[in-house]
Design a binder for this molecule. Sequence first.
Ligand SMILES: Cc1ncc(COP(=O)(O)O)c(C=O)c1O
Length: 400
Amino acid sequence: MRLYAEDGTEYLDAVAGTFNLPLGYNHPCVIKAVEQQLGLMSHISSDLARPHAQRLVDRLLQLAPPGIDAGWIRDATGSTAVECAIKIAQKATGKSDVITLFHAHHGQTTMAGSISGPAWRRRRFPAYGSPGVLRVPDPNCRNCFYKQTYPSCGILCAHRIADIVQQAGRESTACLIVEPVLGNGGNIVPPEGYFQTLRKICDDLGILLIADEVQTGVGRVGSFFASARMGIEPDIIVLGKGLGGVGLPIGAVLMRQELDVLEPADHSFTGGGNLLALAAAHATLDVVGDEGFLAGVRRRGGYLGELLGTHLQSHPVVGDVRGVGMMWGVEIVGHDGRPDAGAAAAVVSCARERYRLITRSSEYGRGNVVKVRPALTATEEDLDEVVDRLRMSVHDVAGV
Ligand SMILES: Cc1ncc(COP(=O)(O)O)c(C=O)c1O
C-alpha cells in the first residue's frame, strides 16, 4: 500500500488505488499467477475462454449467498457488468425500468451513467442512453430525506419505494439496483432492516433486486460478498474492481439460475474475461476467499473504525465517522454542522501534499466525505499511520 514517486518520496495509499486493490499494488500470489499466464497467452476469444471463466464462476458461487447459482464473466469493467445485470433483468422480466437511489453510483458508460445519481453529471451528456429510471431517496439517517429518525421512522425510505413504484409505473419496472454501502455517495451504511424491507417490496411488486457490489465486494466489508454481511438477498450480484486483486480489469455478474437468460451474443466484449484478469481473479480468490483472511479483515476493520472514532469523531469539523469492514468515511462539516465539500477536498489535498497520505473524496453525494479504504492486507501499524496522518490533516485544515 506504499507508492514511491520518481524522487523516492513514499506515499501511503489509504484508498487501495481506486478502491480496486484489495491485495495492494503487488501481492506476490497475484503477480506470480499473472506472470505465469502471460508466459502462456493473454487472450483467446471468449468462446474458447469459456471453460476458464466458468471455473471462476464456480468458485465464486461457492462463496455466494444462498440462491445465487449461475454467473457470467464477459466484462472488463464494473460499468458494463452493471449494464449486464440490467439487461438480464430486462430480458427476464420483459420490463425496462430501473429503480436507483438518489446518490447511487453505478458507473460511467452511457447507461450506467444515466442511472447513477447526481443530475449535474448527466447534464454534461444530454443524450445519455437511458432506460426509464425511478430515483428514490437514500437510506441516509444523518440526512433523512423524509426528516425522520431511525428506528421510529419504521424505515420509511424503504417502504415509500413501494408507493413510488405503484404510482410511477409498476408495469414497466424491471429491477431495483442498490449498493450494499453507498460508496461514492458518501459511505452511507443503510440501517438495520433496510435490505430486508427492500427484498419484501421487490417480491411484492415482482421486481428483481440487484446488489451492485463493484465497490463493496471481494472482502471489502469483511465478508467476500457484502450481501452476506449486510443482510441482502439479491437476485443478481455485480462484481468488478477488487476481483482483479492488484488492478487487473474484470467484471462478473452472478444470478439465480432462472435468470441465466443471456445468449453469448447478448453481452460480450473483446477484453471481457481476459485470461490475465481471470488468472488474477483466481489468485485473488485463493487469498480473499479464505475465511481466516476475512476474519482478519473484520478484526482490523473494527480496529480502523475504533481509531477513526477515537481520533476524529469528536473533532468540531467531523460530522460523522461511519463504515463497516475496511470501508470507512469521515464526513467533514463546517462549524455550522452543514456539509463542507471544500474542506473535505482541502483535507484530501493536505493529506497528500503534507503527510504523503492518499485518500479520496467524491463529487457524488454531498462531496464532503473523506474515504478511508485501504488494502485488505493493511496491518494495524499501517492503520495507525493512516489515522495519524489523517488526524493531522484534519487539524491543519480546520485550524484547531
Ligand atoms: C458501486 C459501483 N458500481 C459501478 C462502478 C463502475 O465501475 P468501473 O469504474 O469499473 O466501470 C463503480 C466505480 O466506481 C462503483 O463504485
